[in-house]
Design a protein around this ligand. Structure first.
Ligand code: ATP
Length: 435
């Protein structure tokens, strides 16, 4: 068996994603729409698992973080106060010859059009927020925005959440949800799209403690990536230089992943001070401060933010897991996804069509505990290959021996070792390996 250590190229990965039902181009039958993607039956399971893994570690397993689910469209003043209306923009240039548009800070290095070599216009700022209108009138007063990030509503709901949960500082509020950015040049598959999902958490603390919490959250977030199977050598932390930081921030570190197109940001962890709460206090006239009953101190909490994209994380996990091997002269493609995030944790195969009924019974009993699939199409070898390609860690085969002694074969995706296990011990066996 020969492992091929080279990183998968994007073309191969995109084709696997389509072939196996991870990701399709949105509205493909109409020619697609640039920057939008649909997650297929296998992709949606991966995405759900990633979100669950994040939620467990960030909310469920902690006493100091609670969740929130806010609307995608908020009061438009939210985005004025946060600075997005005036400053959430990228510099854009147009080619005078072919009329294509580019981001002048990242897409254009020579000063000429990267597509046709034509002359470019002067850069102008392009606001990335999608606009819409709320209600029947389409005038300036009805303008609203699709949120470009999920976290602003965490700030505007800070007082409500703190009051009802009676949490004392330090504590965090977490949210998972869709965000929209009218990116000038969406690219690299689901890495940069116009509609995506974020998992964000704002941790509110005393200003004198924010540096400590910032260090803590950088490490905690890096650990989370490794807990879902990311290889250490594919990750790195990139602290921002002082001139990269927003004027109110005292620190920001990106978690970067080694993509086929270079080291790229998956997550940003930022020590934002009390800028956001102060801005919303100023513009709304409402108090968003905190009163410490014990010390009798009133203050506006400082905030450490962790902000990660679901789609980018899924892409990184797929690249991290992909490898090719040669087994008996044949190419074997495997996604070695961590069992906790694999779309299917187990698949059940009858050795022969005659064993459909008892094999289905085994599959049904497993479905209550695990994400399970049933497959009886083609040879067992073909079924293994199909499930290797979508990262199923365990495949159970029900054969004629099973009829006699009530045992099945469990084949491990990574070692390819097969164990004979009693059917009534299957749940325990898999639980030990998956959780
Ligand atoms: P970039 O510099 O790559 O545009 P950003 O620094 O603007 O990213 P943030 O505003 O910090 O990104 O957003 C937090 C996270 O949201 C990012 O780390 C990324 O995982 C995700 N994200 C941001 N923009 C996109 C996008 N267009 N498509 C997919 N995910 C995105």
């Amino acid at each position: 068996m020969l492992a091929k250590p080279t990183m998968v190229d994007m073309e191969t990965l995109v084709s696997l994603c389509k072939r196996r039902g991870f990701v399709f181009q949105s509205s493909e039958i109409y020619g697609g729409i640039n920057g939008f993607w649909d997650f297929g039956p296998v992709g949606v399971e991966l995405k759900r698992r990633v979100k669950e893994a994040w939620w467990k570690r960030m909310v469920q397993w902690r006493e100091d973080v609670v969740g929130l689910d806010t609307s995608i469209i908020a009061h438009p003043q939210t985005w004025v106060s946060s600075g997005h209306v005036s400053a959430f923009s990228d510099p854009m240039v147009d080619c005078k010859k072919c009329k294509k548009r580019f981001r002048s800070d990242t897409d254009v290095s020579t000063g000429k059009c990267p597509e046709c070599g034509g002359e470019l216009t002067e850069p102008r700022q392009f606001n990335l927020m999608f606009q819409t209108h709320v209600g029947a009138n389409q005038d300036d007063a009805s303008v609203a925005y699709l949120r470009p990030e999920t976290c602003q509503s965490i700030f505007t709901e800070f007082k409500n959440v703190q009051t009802v949960s009676r949490l004392k500082i330090p504590f965090g509020i977490a949210q998972i949800g869709k965000a929209f950015r009218n990116e000038i040049t969406p690219r690299n598959f689901i890495f940069r799209s116009r509609e995506f999902e974020q998992m964000e958490m704002e941790f509110f603390c005393h200003p004198t403690e924010s540096a400590k919490w910032y260090e803590y959250w950088v490490q905690e977030r890096l650990d989370w990536f490794m807990s879902v199977g990311m290889k250490k050598e594919n990750l790195r932390l990139r602290p921002h230089a002082t001139d990269e930081l927003a004027h109110y921030a005292s620190g920001c570190t990106d978690v970067e992943f080694q993509m086929p197109f270079g080291w790229s940001e998956l997550e940003g962890i930022a020590n934002r001070g009390n800028y956001d709460l102060t801005q919303h206090m100023k513009h709304s006239g409402k108090d968003l401060d905190y009163y410490n009953e014990e010390t009798k101190e009133r203050f506006v909490p400082a905030v450490v933010e962790t902000s990660v994209g679901v789609d980018r994380t899924c892409l990184a996990l797929l690249i991290n897991a992909y490898h090719e091997e040669e087994v008996k002269g044949e190419k074997r493609i495997v996604l070695s996804l961590h069992p906790s995030i694999a779309p299917y944790q187990v698949a059940v195969f009858p050795l022969s069509g005659k064993l459909r009924e008892p094999a289905t019974r085994v599959e049904k009993s497993l479905r209550r505990f695990f994400a399970a699939d049933y497959d009886e199409a083609g040879s067992i070898g073909k079924r293994y290959r199909r499930h290797d390609e979508i990262g199923t860690p365990f495949c159970v085969t029900y054969d004629f021996q099973s009829e006699i002694d009530q045992t099945v074969t469990v084949r491990n995706r990574d070692s390819m070792v097969q164990d004979r296990i009693a059917i009534d011990q299957l749940v325990n066996y898999l639980n030990d390996k998956i959780l």
